[in-house]
Design a protein around this ligand. Structure first.
Ligand SMILES: CC(C)(COP(=O)(O)OP(=O)(O)OC[C@H]1O[C@@H](n2cnc3c(N)ncnc32)[C@H](O)[C@@H]1OP(=O)(O)O)[C@@H](O)C(=O)NCCC(=O)NCCS
Length: 205
């Protein structure tokens, strides 16, 4: 992967970024957020982000600015989110039944345990006005950098089989298909017949 193109600034997310990031991910990843959280998607996404920044050292939220505006975001995870913190943060926004439903829906899009040699890209989204200008590729490069800095040997992610923008992006960034996941629930909830677990091996150094 190459370095950052001119005009794009990559940095860790800050609490003040929460509304901008939440607006981008809730819209760009609406096929995931709407079935999980309905109309509360944007504020719930902001609450989850703030909770991660406060409590999750094994999680890194990254932001890309383009021409001084937040243009995209990525979330890379180095360990599983095992506690109840995320459910509590969601429950404060949508109540406990809504929070449990959301966690169930999100769990369909998680690939299982994050291994000790692995960094998992949980989310990647770019605002429509900023697309096809290299923002996602730059964020992937930064995810790779973060993974190497933690000594991880693999960068993984899940993409739905119908995502015709993201699949060429990942292929051109060196990700290879590991396995396909077929799901009935996902077909109903996300309107996609399946997902693909992809992986990029990171050479040491
Ligand atoms: C997928 C997404 C993140 C791409 O962001 P982006 O900043 O526009 O991507 P980039 O400009 O870095 O594109 C890099 C490469 O990816 C591929 N690509 C990106 N968008 C594409 C599209 N709409 N169609 C085909 N290929 C595409 C191209 O190979 C592109 O290189 P090129 O522009 O030199 O041809 C963005 O479209 C998005 O946020 N989509 C909705 C959310 C989503 O699907 N996230 C991924 C979930 S797994």
């Amino acid at each position: 992967m190459s370095a950052t193109p001119p005009g794009i600034l990559l940095r860790p997310a800050r609490p003040a970024d929460a509304p901008a990031i939440a607006a981008i991910v809730a819209e760009a990843l609406r096929d995931k957020y709407r079935p999980a959280l309905g109309a509360a998607a944007e504020r719930a996404a902001a609450a989850l982000l703030l909770r991660d920044l406060r409590e999750m050292p094994g999680s890194r939220h990254l932001v890309a600015e383009l021409d001084g505006r937040v243009a995209g975001a990525a979330h890379v995870m180095f360990e599983d989110d095992a506690g109840l913190g995320a459910v509590r943060a969601l429950a404060a926004e949508v109540g406990w039944p809504g929070a449990l439903r959301a966690v169930l829906v999100f769990s369909l899009l998680a690939h299982g345990r994050i291994g000790p040699d692995e960094a998992y890209i949980d989310e990647l989204a770019v605002a429509p006005w900023a697309r096809r200008r290299g923002v996602a590729r730059a964020l992937l490069w930064r995810c790779e950098h973060e993974a190497r800095a933690r000594g991880r040997a693999r960068l993984t992610l899940l993409v739905t089989v119908t995502n015709d923008a993201a699949r060429p992006l990942y292929a051109s960034a060196g990700f290879r298909e590991v396995r396909r996941i077929r799901w009935l629930a996902g077909r109903l909830l996300f309107r996609a017949p399946g997902a693909i677990l992809m992986e990029r091996r990171l050479a040491p150094g």
